[in-house]
Design a protein around this ligand. Sequence first.
Ligand code: FES
Length: 124
Amino acid sequence: MRRLHTVLADGERINSCLALAVQYADREITTIEGVGDADRMHPLQAAFVRNDGFQCGYCTSGQICSALGMLAEHDAGAPSAVTEHLAATSIELSDAEIRERMSGNLCRCGAYNGIVEAIKEGAR
Ligand code: FES
């Protein structure tokens, strides 16, 4: 399960609360603070704002870091549990693909529809 503790290690999403720092000593770690800030938002952060992808904001940093890692996995052609054609060279980033690939990230407010829309917009 990934939640607010998701960060990126060389662009790969990891659960920081289950990681030992020594395991990642030679890796570049990116937290939400490294993704962007209020004056220079990453396009995915701006998409979360436009699409009401957060409500209380408690999980948002993890959602955005996880989405960035997930989009990189998708761009690399990694299939998910709902990918129909595993040998496909291009996998459509459908709502079902996004929901499956983000399924470990829980939002207690239920902002999932906005999160899916934000990720679709951010992926473009
Ligand atoms: S925005 Fe409230 S828990 Fe995700």
